[in-house]
Design a binder for this molecule. Structure first.
Ligand SMILES: Nc1ncnc2c1ncn2[C@@H]1O[C@H](COP(=O)(O)OP(=O)(O)O)[C@@H](O)[C@H]1O
Ligand SMILES: [Mg+2]
Length: 524
């Protein structure tokens, strides 16, 4: 029905029409009152808010903190930029279902799924942002009303779950398409430049499924292991250092002469030979590098780890116990999708990428076929050997700490520990120290700093316990390969005046003679 001009002398029908129009307007106003968010946006952006262009960008959800930091950096950078931020409320389940754009809030009443949207105080989540429990408050489901030197903008920041992986979306609405596009680019750049991950050691936790779940991510303290705390043959450690540290140190010259920087190093050897320890040392030598550690159930997040590494070079991706993914066969038998994914990622980096892959495994045999089939990903496979006699002497000195080693037959323990790992020797010294404490009649509370005196007897007893066949699991856990077959090991004479009080007689506790080991320790 066409609208007619208001007549000078209204007829009865016109009065009715006028009344209806007044009622319509009142209802419209009431509905706008019902939609406070719509009103807020229209007040800020103007009456044509619904037709303004919007630009948006999406990040994986673990980048939320960096998007927040980037957005705030942009807001603070503009000299004539003022803003207010509100929380979007009243959208219930819709908050994870699909992107809420400003336009959705501007739909006429009762249209679209966000008709009920309202606003309230800003809602934040404390997201990890640094080691020692540091967090940064991140706005979730927030709307920023910005006045950037006269240009009115609305910026919506919200977590969403569209596909299998949670994401965070940032949308900017404003009058000028070019300007909002440029602003989005600036925020993306700032989010990258100020990434809280840069130069940190981050571990990716396992995937958590379900809508709205934050992807767990932890910041770790960078390990500090000194070079002299590592007991390995010089050639082995030199090689590892050259590959990992040397390439980084000379990256400029290597690149300039056409050499690639990315590198893959596989540390393999029995459990307890120092693979993780060596990784810790290398990380400490590269304080600028961003490190992403994945292991265990988080191995499925290799793609994300590599994506962070690519964007924050120089970077190191540490994949601990990489054999776990080699064993994880999926759908098709005989395939190792996760391992191949890792190898693809290693291969996919461009040659100038300063990214190091440090892989560790106890089971190089499981990886060998896959690595051999796809050469070039791992350019150094370093075996960390079991310590030889000399190394065992060094390890005992290293882990002796402030213990007083009062040994009449120091070589006995070196002989008896042929075939054990460094971790085993470390535990051996602690156990001997504990046995010494137990046998000391003095009250430990009286002199907590009193030096602990370890004798041949303590060491022998500790070794008996650790090597005892009934402690096989402990021994395996400490990486203690059974000693090579030997004549009955020379048992040092107790040098303590009261051996009985010194420790429970090992013979009483472990009456059985030690069984000869089933197989000799593998040659290093
Ligand atoms: N080669 C080594 N030199 C010095 N200490 C070592 C060595 N190997 C292991 N250790 C000690 O044993 C502990 C456990 O070793 P770890 O590096 O975790 O073994 P892996 O990762 O090879 O199983 C280390 O924290 C370190 O204290
Ligand atoms: Mg380890």
């Amino acid at each position: 029905m066409p609208h007619s001009e208001a007549p000078d002398h209204p007829e009865l029908a016109d009065v009715g029409r006028l009344a209806r129009r007044l009622v319509d307007r009142a209802v419209q106003t009431a509905r706008t009152e019902d939609q406070p968010l719509r009103r807020l946006l229209v007040d800020h952006l103007g009456p044509d808010a619904a037709t303004l262009p919007t630009v948006s960008a999406t990040w994986p959800s673990y980048e939320h903190v960096n998007v927040q930091v980037g957005l705030e950096a942009w807001l603070e950078a503009g000299l004539e930029c003022t803003y207010e931020v509100f929380g979007i409320t009243g959208i219930g389940m819709m908050r994870h279902m699909e992107i809420v754009g400003v336009g959705d809030f501007l739909q006429p009443p009762n249209q679209g799924p966000f008709g009920s949207a309202s606003f309230g105080g800003v809602m934040t989540v404390a997201v990890p942002s640094g080691p020692s429990g540091q967090t940064y408050p991140c706005v979730s489901h927030g709307i920023y009303l910005v006045d950037d030197a006269g240009a009115r903008l609305a910026i919506v920041l919200q977590p969403v779950s569209r596909g299998p992986n949670p994401e965070v979306v940032l949308q900017i609405t404003g009058a000028e398409q070019d300007r909002i596009q440029a602003i989005l680019g600036e925020i993306q750049t700032l989010a990258h430049e100020r990434s809280v991950f840069r130069g940190q050691v981050i571990s990716f936790g396992p995937e958590v499924f379900g809508p709205g779940r934050q992807v767990p991510m932890n910041f770790l303290d960078r390990p500090s292991v000194a070079r002299d705390q590592i007991v390995l043959p010089d050639a082995v450690l030199d090689n590892i250092e050259r590959q990992v540290l040397g390439v980084g140190r000379h990256s400029g010259r290597l690149l300039a002469s056409g050499q690639h920087l990315k590198r893959g190093v596989l540390l393999h050897g029995a459990p307890g030979t120092g693979k993780t320890h060596t990784v810790g040392y290398l990380l400490g030598q590269l304080p600028e590098a961003t490190v992403i550690v994945i292991s265990g159930r988080a191995l499925g997040r290799i793609r994300e780890a590599c994506s962070v590494a690519r964007s924050l070079q120089p970077a190191i991706v540490v994949v601990e116990d990489v054999d776990l993914i080699a064993e994880q066969r999926e759908a098709r038998p005989g395939e190792h999708p996760l391992l191949f994914q890792l190898l693809n990622e290693m291969d996919g980096l461009n040659s100038g990428a300063d990214v190091t892959f440090l892989l560790t495994t106890n089971r190089a045999d499981l990886l060998e076929p896959a690595l051999a089939a796809r050469p070039g990903r791992v350019d150094l496979a370093a075996e960390l050997p079991l310590p030889d006699a000399d190394a065992r002497r060094q390890l005992i000195r290293l882990y002796q700490g402030n213990l007083v080693l009062d040994l009449t037959h120091p070589e006995t323990v070196i002989e008896r520990t042929d075939g054990v790992t460094a971790a085993f020797l470390k535990e051996l010294l602690r156990k001997a120290a504990l046995l010494s404490c137990e046998s000391d009649p003095a009250d430990p509370a009286d002199a907590p700093d009193a030096p602990i005196r370890v004798t041949d007897t303590h060491l022998a007893a500790a070794l008996d316990q650790l090597l005892d066949t009934r402690n096989q699991l402990t021994r395996i856990l400490l990486g203690g390969e059974p000693p090579r077959p030997k004549p009955e090991p020379p048992h040092p004479k107790p040098d303590h005046p009261h051996p009985k009080a010194d420790h429970p007689d090992p013979k009483a506790d472990h009456a059985r003679p030690k069984k000869p080991p089933k197989k000799p320790a593998p040659a290093p």
